[in-house]
Design a protein around this ligand. Sequence first.
Ligand code: NAP
Ligand code: SF4
Length: 678
Amino acid sequence: MTTTRYANILKPLHLGFTTIKNRVVMGSMHTGLEDRFYNYPKLAAYFGERAKGGVGLLITGGISPNRQGWLLPAGGTMNTLGDIAPHRLVTHAVHKHGAKILLQILHAGRYGYQPFVVSASPIKSPISPFKPRQMSESQILDTIQDYVKTAKLAKKAGYDGVEIMGSEGYLINQFLSRHVNQRTDRWGGETENRMRFAVEIVKAIRAEIGEKFIICFRLSLLDLVHDGNTMQEVITVAKALEKAGITLLNTGIGWHEARIPTIVTSVPRAAFVDYTAEVKKHVAVPVIASNRINMPETAEAILASGQADMVQMARPLLADAFWVNKTATNRVDEINTCIACNQACLDHTFKNKRATCLVNPRAGYETELVYVKTKKPKGIAVVGGGVAGLSAATVAASRGHDVTLFEATNEVGGQFNLAKVIPGKEEFHETIRYFKVQLEKTGVDVRLNTRVNREQLEREGFDEVIVATGVVPRELKITGSDAPQVLSYAEVLRGAPVGDRVAVIGAGGIGFDVSEFLLKPPHQPQPQPVDEWKREWGVDLHANYVNEGGLQPAEVEPPVREIYLLQRKTTALGAGLGKTTGWVHRAQLKKHGVRMLRGVHYKSITDEGLWIEVDGHDQLLRVDTVVVCAGQESVKDVMPSEDQKTLANYHIIGGAKLAAELDAKRAIREGAELAAKL
Ligand code: NAP
Ligand code: SF4
């Protein structure tokens, strides 16, 4: 049944010469597959699945128009006829399902992680070790022609158009903004000069390719760096691009070097849509909103209120390729929601690994991780209802197995039930909701409040037993660690009272999370209101902002507790956190005055507080509560030893298998991979 509840999402967009079947754009996202021609069958399957899932318009990961523009050495490039053959696999896979696809042309400029980098001015970026050379007049003109050449090749490869990447601090953005552009020739200075490079690229492509080809321009609407553009300048550029011949105007928010988060999970949903709505008032071309739009309610509200004509999502469509079809058929509760963790997508990209998704391990692995209906249904017991067990149970049941899930507590979700109470991690509720719906839809027999042992499992005659019994917090073993003021992170997150002065022992992901939890009063309104979030991070609240780059001084609420965050290692605290998210956690604790100590030796806990030794000196931290976040230990009592004979086949996954580096990404993937094979 087709729903009218999301009528605006599902409405076609007529562009005159072509029609996009709905308002959902899959935004550009580097997967790592686009850089090597032999990975294109996998890339085609990845895009094809999303086109089949109902997306109207898809945009590829960034492809460079020349080698100076490479993001990484030997990155994806399109500038010879020989480059187009693999792309035909992609365009064919998408067109088969009635969707359209654009090739994104991305010149990294000074963000390139390679020695040939160039930019508007020779100013090194803080995120690449390579200093760029300033582009000469003739290099600029040649580069414009390279864009044209790439667009022509894209057309030959079957693309419906191109997206010109002009935001996020890449080359065109480097020309657009005084933050990098300090030229005094016709390509620098006033807005008219700084935008010349962008405008000439669009004009040249339009002149060469004609009218029946989509040119989407991704414009930075909010630079979030000093000397960035004002909204008035952004509007001037948008109008000039429209005049030059763009078909669609897409939103970019924040340069990669900005120290304000723009996509992580603590950014409220649709936090930046006001800036898109402001620009939309001044142009007639359809405008696309982006950033932290992950569920149909948010997307529909943006479109219904006329703030944008289309909504762009990238990560949410990695998390669920069938997002649009589920929306269209009243199955929103079945959407596997992107929790904006970046752990398996962007963090992989930055480590040069293939992007996938924490909540959907099939993303990017469509041809390798396949869930085929079984011809021989088995009786499968899954012991433990954390995310590893949920993943295994739902995949096995979806394949036709008869699955029973045993969970010792009164709820499924495991460690996600702890994570979801951290301020800014409200999205974790969605994963638990998704799995609960899947348990029901796939017919898993869920037995809550049921702690099983091996004898019971053997008696019930299962063919396979999947042990996903998870972890328990590691205890601290020093003098006084059994005192009542010493709590585990699990006790704290479940609501145990905590004093005004706290020492957090262990600075892994959970030590950081718990510190953030303790900074704020309990029962914060969740999620954080957008304006409050903007004030906290120093983002101009006005859509028509006059402050350069949209920055304003941050207003930080005083923390409700005095917190020490401690670790034994001598490395920087938080060094092991996610590449694209760790800095946000570190910045958040720093601005709230959390004192971070490294190289700490824990000595004892007394009524006075926590005694530690740092650099050979004893110190007393006068704290009322000590919270232990010292990692976890596996729980695997159900698992037989190798020499024990059992009736069923036993398998162990997730934290029960390995507590070190335990994380949800591995847990969900292990569950799915095992269940795909049984
Ligand atoms: P973790 O990352 O292993 O950190 C635990 C910390 O405790 C270690 O860094 C260690 O640091 C310290 N420690 C270990 N044994 C100790 C002992 N016997 N006594 C005192 N300190 C000890 O574990 P976690 O923080 O519990 O996180 C678990 C997993 O959840 C992580 O691997 C992560 O993947 C995931 N997670 C991720 C996020 C995120 O934001 N991405 C958030 C939460 C959890 P020292 O040895 O230096 O003291
Ligand atoms: Fe979203 Fe996390 Fe999946 Fe990336 S890994 S798509 S951020 S859920």
